[in-house]
Ligand binder design. Structure first.
Ligand code: PHE
Length: 339
């Protein structure tokens, strides 16, 4: 075996070619499934222990030299070819990767287009908010835990400035500056001082919706949410509303959609119930309307706030929210044809 290896090494040393097809033949001859190196490794297996010790190193060297040679030859060719390519204007165009929308943007755009169809406009506001817009106007009592350092990233104390914890703050700005009827959705980034895990992140996005007019009722809220769920998850989706609590809505609810146990790839998704929590919602508390200069005796309204990342994880069957923030190109590339 030793002399064979030496012969092959010489052959590799002396080989040269500038044709890709020849180099490929050379690769198949040495490294292919039925190639010389593979066959030698087969023989090697049946050797005595002592011989194995002696032959292991040369055999590996043979394999490495063959791959090195192939790489070297290919490298010289591709250098030259590139020059020729540039001169040859008849060659097909180079389809470079053009980039794609981030899955979070895809979901935000989808939600915007669903609500645009029923007359909602889009409003935006600052990511750094004062205490009034993020908390006080929304009826958060002084001692509410959400104001606590644990949940909120404070930028400055007294007067308080913080990274907004929800985009309800944008809705306050809209109500302060616009006369009803108001139909608006507020997409945006929000921040909470939470531990990062597969399920939650300290940065995420919401698209909060607000509708204020004369005679708006809970039935309107329910019908709007049903429309939204059907558009987003398909026309057969079932929803349910569970009583809940938010300081700025009364009554308040959380909406679940029936995801089904068959779709449960990960037990944590619906915790074995089949129901998936999608958003918080409720009738805007009259006190909040009053805080914004809207007469609660004339007007009423509802608000709701789906989280974008959760929706993206379900829609694209992803299991870890962190994937949405790492921006690994291998992940992003997969969305070039989505939506
Ligand atoms: N702002 C709430 C949150 O961040 C969601 C919500 C919006 C609830 C609108 C009710 C009405 O969790």
């Amino acid at each position: 075996m030793k002399s064979k290896i030496e012969e092959y090494l010489k052959e590799i040393e002396n080989y040269t070619s500038d044709k890709l097809s020849d180099i490929e033949q050379f690769r198949i001859k040495f490294l292919g499934k039925k190639g010389i190196v593979t066959a030698l490794f087969e023989d090697f297996r049946s050797l005595e222990k002592e011989q194995k010790k002696a032959m292991g190193k040369p055999l590996n060297e043979l394999k490495n030299r063959a791959s090195q040679k192939i790489e070297e030859l290919k490298a010289t060719i591709s250098g030259e070819r590139r020059v020729n390519f540039e001169k040859d204007l008849t060659l097909p165009a180079n389809f470079d990767f053009q980039g794609s929308r981030h899955p979070v943007s895809l979901v935000i755009n989808r939600i915007i287009s669903i609500f645009e169809k029923i007359g909602f406009d889009v409003s935006e506001g600052p990511e750094i908010e004062d205490d009034w817009h993020n908390f006080t106007s929304l009826n958060f009592p002084e001692e509410h835990p959400a104001r606590d350092m644990q949940d909120t990233f404070f930028v400055q104390k007294d007067p308080d400035w913080a990274l907004r914890t929800h985009t309800s703050s944008v809705q306050i700005r809209v109500m302060e500056n616009q006369e009803p009827p108001i139909r608006t959705i507020s997409p945006g980034r929000v921040f909470r001082n939470e531990a990062i895990s597969a399920r939650s992140h300290c940065i995420f996005h919401q698209v909060e919706g607000l509708y204020i007019d004369k005679g708006v009722s809970f039935a309107d809220l329910k019908e709007t949410l049903l429309y939204f769920a059907r558009e987003l998850f398909g026309k057969d989706i079932k929803i349910r509303l569970r009583p809940s609590y938010f300081p700025f809505t009364e009554p308040s609810a959380e909406m679940d959609v029936y995801w089904g146990l068959n779709n449960e790839r990960d037990y944590r998704m619906t915790k074995g119930t089949g129901w998936l929590e999608v958003l918080g919602c409720g009738m805007v508390d009259p006190q909040v309307l009053e805080n914004c200069g809207i007469d609660p005796n004339v007007y009423s309204g509802f608000a709701f706030g789906p989280g974008v990342e959760r929706t993206a994880l379900h829609r694209f069957q992803m299991s870890d929210i962190r994937l949405l923030f790492e921006n690994d190109k291998r992940m992003l590339k997969q969305f070039s044809s989505a939506l």
